[in-house]
Design a protein around this ligand. Sequence first.
Ligand SMILES: [Zn+2]
Length: 910
Amino acid sequence: MEKKNYKDTLNMPKTDFPMRGNLGNKEPLIQERWNEMDLYNLVQKKNEGRPKYILHDGPPYANGSIHAGHALNKILKDFVIRYKNMSGFQAPYIPGKDTHGLPIENALTKKKKVNRKAMSVADFRELCRNYALEQVSIQKEQFKRLGVLGEWDNPYITLDKKFEASQIRVFSKMVERGLIYKGLKPVYWSPSSETALAEAEIEYHDHVSPSIYVAMPAVDTMSKLPKNTKFLIWTTTPWTIPANLAIAVGPEIEYVLVEVDSSKYLIGKSRFEALTELLNWSEPKILQNIFGWELENMTYKHPLYDRVSPIILADYVTLEDGTGLVHTAPGHGEDDFIVGQKYGLGVFCPVDEKGCMTEEAGERFKGLFVEDCNIEVIKALDELGVLLGRFDITHSYPHDWRTGKPVIFRATAQWFANIDSLKGEILQAIQTVKWYPSWGDVRLSNMIKDRGSWCISRQRVWGVPIPAFYTEKDTAILDPKVIEHIAKIFEKEGSNSWFKKDAKELLPKGYTHPDSPNGIFRKETDIMDVWFDSGSSHHGAMMDRGQPYPADLYLEGSDQYRGWFNSSLITGVATENQSPYKTIVSHGFILDGEGKPMSKSKGNGVDPNKVNKTLGADILRLWVASVDYQSDVTLSDNLLRQVSESYRKIRNTIKFLLGNIYDYNDELDRVDFDNLGEIDKYVLIKTNNLVKEVLAAYDDFRFDVVYRKVTNFVTFISSFYLDPAKDVLYIEKADSLERRQIQTVIYKILDTLIRLLTPIIPHTTSESYLHIPNIKEKDVYLLDMPKVEEYDTELEKLYDDFMELREDVLKALEDARNEKIIGKSLKAHLVLYPKGKVANLLEKINVNLAQIFIVSKLDIKTEGFGKYKGNDVSIDVYVAEGFTCNRCWQVVPEVNEDGICPRCQEVIKN
Ligand SMILES: [Zn+2]
């Protein structure tokens, strides 16, 4: 007799959902489908009337292809936007682009070899604009490829006419509040770029500088010190010696007068030993002690010039290095400038914009670049016999982040925003913001506390002009009415009109000023710091588009504490009296597999565009979800491979779930909770717990928790529920209650998983959703997050205890397998000897134990002990005796002539 093939009688999984993701090829097609149905706007429309959730996009700089850091940022934002849109909010996403500034000027002159001098400023700016727009469109496509949905065709761009007009209106409001002024002030100045730099444009690198000790001869010691006293100072910038206008001492610091050979030097007492050794003093004698406060108003003569200057007091003087007497040049240092203001020292700055000494430095130094001037100053001091020591010192020194060259402090006429008068308000505003991570408020508060005035002018051309005019007497005109007139011009013609028109054409018709009797005016040539551009986006991009102020969230890299978070907060508080954001989330930087920063030049970066094409954007997105992004994170091909492995598990589970609901209709076939088996109920409760935990994690921006919870859950249900469920799903009658019970649960698991994962791997969940029978929506993104249900906790507790018993049983089966007692667990016959807790538990639960442990036979004995010991249970494992059923592969006592067990006979009868 021919053996019957019973395979056809099994309910084997059926689905077209492919096992392989093939994401690199498939994602663009999925995105095309999203575009065709206009998914972004469908979602916005669906959420119409819900409270708005505004994540305001920090505009990335439009220069070059996107790198991994951009991808991390945009993907995190997409997580938030998608989650909020599925959680009771309407969360629009308007991407921004930062388009002004030096890098674009440099790209044109250096990369594209544009000869700036051969064209007008307006024409050069036109080239900058075109270049920026090209970059915007390149980056737009790359961002979209990550699966980020938003108003890509309606972004905000800082070079946009309306944005520019809005920006100078923000500036005007600050003028009105009296916060804008022009002053001479030392600022970071880059001789290599010939411009002032913002703090955010500074990088610290090690630099070798000359370290010199100079004796300044006293003039008036107010009878407290001998007349031939010399004040010993120290500096690592000898080129600032010509600009020396004072020596600062600490009021509480103790100083000593030391006699070396026949000279008398004043130094900090605790520096005595260090200086004795460093300067090779033989037999130095301490003649006298004196406190810093007693030195105030003594005078000394500048060794190089016929100039007498005072000793002054300053709190920042320390004895960590140097001599305890601080060389003070108000034109070349922030602290020096501030203390100089207090003592009325004036600002002296004999250095020009190229970093060369001016005539004011004297004939000997005139025209020398600062570093060459160092050498010449040292020589001059040595000739005069006042140089007591000269060394090299390697220290951390500020550099221009773009040219990589050292910067200097240089006093120039600049436009400033006065932060001091706003500081209290800003610090208060910081307290109203929620910070992720929590140290964000301290970080930003400290930066604001330490911040001097904000220098907002730049001596460049590619930016928004400062809308100021000058009279015939050179008085500056900053008039809100005039600025509003300019804003209207910008709105129509863009800011290039400033460079195309002369002052008269820009000023309101018939404008007069008493300082310009002849009606002649000059326009400002400086442009605004680009941080003012992006820093006013709460007006230009949010409020002007009808979005509320403040935004719910700003989410950027941790470098933005000194950048965008900072500048937006200042302009926000200055114009709206409160913070522009309610919440800040910051992320770290991306390091390579060895923990080193990624850089183009080192070639150790992972290119997100390449990953999108090979592994797929969902893998990159899953990686973003897997890391603790609030610190620095590592990214390497190896890590992506690990994430791909997790992805494969998720995908296979989804495929299994899809495969077993092909004949299930959730509306018609769903089994009520009360009619489910206990294990089914338990799994539903665990699924509900997952929902609870994942939603909380999303609310807390902890995507790594989402990732961990979901991957753990997938592992848990696969082995605990889905593997044993095959015995029912495949074997039992298709429409049997037992099978429908499990289908009810796996449908719920599938539905839950793909909703929960839609913010993270939207391509995959979108694809999965379309394979579910009887779906109602065009895309899973049009659904909401699963609801949290209330369940009785008693059953959960029982089965949590059962999980311990399960561990012991699996361990026993594993041991028996290792001892070659059994092969597959389905061939096993288990005997349990429960005691105490376990005996108690087994009385209370109602479950098919053989099925859940995937064995053919299971007995429970109240007497005796088994070979394998567990917690309140011992276990024996035997080979099940009997015949293997040809259909279900269970070992049973009897089978019919076709080799089929009674259970299977019953199933196939119909
Ligand atoms: Zn069977």
